[in-house]
Design a protein around this ligand. Sequence first.
Ligand code: BGC
Length: 430
Amino acid sequence: MNAINRLAAVISLASLFPLSALAADAPAESKGTVEVVHWWTSGGEAKAIDVLRKLVEKDGYTWKDSAVAGGGGAAAMTVLKTRAVSGNPPSAAQIKGPDLQDWGALGLLTELDDVSKANNWDKLLSKTVANTMKYDDHYVAVPVNIHRVNWLWINPVAMKKAGIDKAPTTLDELFAAAEKFKAAGLIPLAHGGQPWQDSTVFEDLVLSIMGAEGYTKAFIEQDEDTLTSPKMTEVFKALKKLQGYMDPDGTGQDWNLEAAKVINGKAGMQIMGDWAKSEWSAAGKKAGTDFECVPFPGTQGSFTYNIDSLAMFKLSAKNNTPGNIAAQNEVAKIILEPEFQYVFNQNKGSIPVRDDLDMTKFDSCGQAAMADFKAADKAGTLKPSMAHNMATSLAVQGAIFDVVTNFMSDKNADPAKAGAQMASAIKAAL
Ligand code: BGC
């Protein structure tokens, strides 16, 4: 069963359930309510989404926050499907990449023609971003930000303590630095053993070892020869080696708790997208002095992107009031306005989705991300992140996650066999 059929089978059960109320509990003086399902619950993430809440409330609407904890969003997606099944969708939900097409195909998303035309979204957004947000040529979601996934975060004080004079730029240098952190009694790599975190490291290694073309073949084309190639064996060998430097207490650990270990100097480095910066910023740390951000070793010149977006749902009969529709449109409008884009993205660690903003307001990591995004776009090395729902259906992504995480939890796993296992798991998921 493909992703659309799977989702459709779940949603068709909706008829068995009565329509229930959602955001109808707005106070009398509210102009309308907007309920938002998202998974931004770490300290830095919560600070970022709060920017949207405040702007919505300032305009007289009621914000109903339906956050579902869990990095990467798998738990939030489960809640969202259940809500859709019971005919009780929120007004907006964090849905990304190709998954938007599946929700759009089910007719559950609302078209944002009025607000997108009135505010010139086609002009404001790059083609890559705009196309991801459209279903059947209509906007059904609003992009919030662009995250870069292929980053390495380093604590310079820890680096000094370990006698490392510069941030690693190659995989060999990464292993050498890890060895030095270990010798200095530090955790070399902060890493939470959750499937999406494992696969974030895996996709960085694919990009580093196989290059941007190999990345495209492996994840976007899911090409069997590439998945079973000797280069893929090299990727799995590197993953095993890197695992030897990961936090021994990291099993099942949240990414932000692992980030805290680098921030407080217990660990030296973390391989993570730039939402990790939201934790550094929330802790009052400054880019370039208190922490370093460098592209994941060997991936300089490439940019794996992860666009967060809020998809807008057709409201249930009970909630389909002019006030609630106005509230939904207001959220859509606010998100692309400069006021929101500046403050949200500074808090979130990401870069704005519109490229007419003054990047000098951002720190050195943000400025580097924007420059690298544009350069990669020109060079054809701007790639959608597999681990963050941008490159494949959720079913294919799930198959890849399973193989990677099983490989990491099996001490005797054979790197030469993992690629073939991945190819057949992907086939079964299609
Ligand atoms: C999302 C980010 C979020 C991160 C950790 C990613 O998939 O795109 O917005 O901060 O997961 O939860």
